[in-house]
Design a binder for this molecule. Structure first.
Ligand SMILES: Cc1cc2nc3c(=O)[nH]c(=O)nc-3n(C[C@H](O)[C@H](O)[C@H](O)COP(=O)(O)OP(=O)(O)OC[C@H]3O[C@@H](n4cnc5c(N)ncnc54)[C@H](O)[C@@H]3O)c2cc1C
Length: 470
């Protein structure tokens, strides 16, 4: 996966919200480093080695040189995406080793699978409810499906229950267990354990797509040409080449619509450049552009890094065990759309006003979305239409069990140690605890949350009695 830590300011904001300086970027550095087995090219003092997640820079990246050169032409530095991030153009680093994904399973779990007496993993199991005795979480009800036979089971916790079901399922599970907004629990007729604003504060990265075309097919990735027996062999032998480039995203940029060039250091737009006409055909399905046979698409995605709009996850109150209801509410704060449109114009500038892309005849064809065809091309209403038509989730749901300063913080669901507020023995460790989303792909931040949580949990229980919960 694309691996980006985020901007130091993201974590410093968490420290401000919680009043706990241990969440500041510089204090999280040991966890960033502990996560990583860094194989990239940037200075080693910023990176960790020997950690479970290999972070590497692919060698085969179509149009990356043009992308970085264009950024430099416009006055941006080319920088380490996982150093202390600032306004810059960068290559994408990936959580990959020898061209293959390194996941939390392959990095953390697989190496110790079967060898730890204190770890039992039940596959094909779905947690259905947290069991409380008073306000103490004492266990979890789950449904398993061993050998195709469903059965309901319970596990009890001697110390604490840790929920890590992600930003959609964790809030749903809390609400089903009696922790949630009063109106939701009442409507679903769930006995309340604690009223908290669970499921509110949903954040995500919404991105819009600009389909650029260039007249040089030899520089871009083309599946019918570049996926072949030779490149398959090189993928298997050295783990690189077109088969290792899962998404085609090669170049990225962190830019700001509020300052020129690199004058302000906090980006509000993240650009993803694709040196390929397709991500598994997705782009071709989504847009309808007129292009000549010698032209090829090289799209750029414009992502809003720190949206002001907030969505929600809630229960389907008439069928609480069916899928939760998700409403991202993208662009409900009009400022988000304004920033996005400025970001789109800045992205186009990279292609239309730099020698690197002018040389390749880069152009932005009209009428990419039929719904916008009647509007004057590039007018204010056109940009709004284009943004809304192409807006898509970049799948970074977060924030639905927000970490905060404690009981008096009306938005907070967990405290600075990720303990669910107002109950005992229950902690949340996943993307749902982010009070504000980080400004890039969030996987790296989730690893850091988990690494920090593991330290906090060990520290809490080292000398404590089993039923103590501070
Ligand atoms: C298609 C896709 C591509 C992505 N690409 C990138 C990328 O390139 N870079 C990046 O940084 N981020 C990427 N992300 C985002 C990233 O994967 C998530 O933000 C991250 O995994 C969130 O971690 P988490 O631990 O909060 O939740 P998850 O990783 O979702 O983990 C939650 C786990 O809980 C399990 N679970 C849920 N409910 C229950 C239940 N009731 N009982 C038992 N188990 C349950 C789920 O099966 C899952 O295994 C991508 C996401 C998607 C969907």
């Amino acid at each position: 996966m694309m691996f980006n830590r985020g901007h130091p300011n993201d974590f410093n904001t968490w420290a401000e919200i919680t009043g706990d300086r241990s969440w500041r970027y510089e204090n999280l550095m040991k966890y960033f480093k502990r996560t990583e087995n860094y194989e990239g090219i940037y200075p080693s003092n910023q990176h960790g080695r020997g950690g479970p997640i290999t972070v590497s820079l692919p060698k085969y990246v179509p149009l990356l040189n043009e992308w970085l050169g264009a950024g430099q032409f416009l006055g941006y530095p080319v920088a380490d995406p996982n150093g202390p991030q600032g306004i810059s153009f960068c290559p994408f680093e990936y959580s990959k080793r020898l061209g293959r994904r390194v996941s939390s399973y392959t990095g953390y779990l697989k190496p110790i699978f079967g060898s730890r007496l204190n770890l039992k993993v039940v596959l094909e199991a779905e947690a259905r409810k947290i069991i409380f005795r008073g306000n103490q979480a004492v266990g979890v009800q789950f449904r398993s499906n061993t050998d195709g036979i469903p059965s309901d089971n319970v596990v009890f916790a001697r110390k604490e229950v840790i929920l890590s079901a992600g930003a959609i399922e964790t809030p749903a599970l809390l609400m089903k267990s009696g922790i949630g907004p009063k109106h939701v629990l009442e409507a679903a007729r769930i006995r309340p354990v604690k009223h908290l604003n669970v499921g509110q504060n949903l954040q995500d990265h919404v991105a819009i797509q600009l389909d650029i075309v260039i007249n040089n097919r030899s520089l871009a990735f083309l599946g019918e040409r570049d996926w072949n027996p030779q490149t398959w062999k090189s993928y298997n032998e050295v783990g690189d080449g077109p088969y290792a480039s899962y998404s085609g995203f090669g170049g990225q940029a962190f830019i700001s619509t509020t300052g020129q060039g690199n004058q302000t250091n906090i980006p509000n737009i993240h650009l993803y450049h694709l040196g390929s006409p397709k991500i598994s055909g997705l782009i071709e399905e989504m847009t309808h552009i007129q292009k000549a046979e010698w032209e090829v698409e090289t799209p750029v995605f414009v992502e809003l890094t720190n949206p002001s709009s907030r969505g929600s996850v809630t229960l389907n109150v008439t069928h609480i065990n069916s899928s939760p209801l998700i409403d991202f509410k993208y662009f409900t704060n009009p400022a988000d759309l304004d920033i996005m449109i400025d970001g789109m114009k800045m992205a186009l500038n990279v292609f239309e006003n730099t020698p690197q892309f002018k040389r390749l005849g880069a152009r932005f064809p009209p009428n990419q979305y039929s719904a916008c065809g009647r509007l004057k091309f590039r007018s204010g209403s056109y940009w709004k239409c284009h943004a809304k038509e192409s807006a898509a989730s970049f799948l970074h749901a977060s924030g639905t069990c927000a970490m905060g300063s404690g009981e008096d913080d009306s938005l907070a669901v967990v405290d600075n140690k990720l303990r669910v507020i107002g109950v005992r023995g229950l902690r949340v460790v996943d993307a749902s605890i982010m009070p504000t989303i980080t400004n890039a792909n969030i996987e790296a931040a989730v690893y850091v949350i988990a690494e920090k949580a593991s330290d906090m949990i060990l520290r809490q229980w080292r000398n404590a009695r089993p039923n103590s919960w501070l």
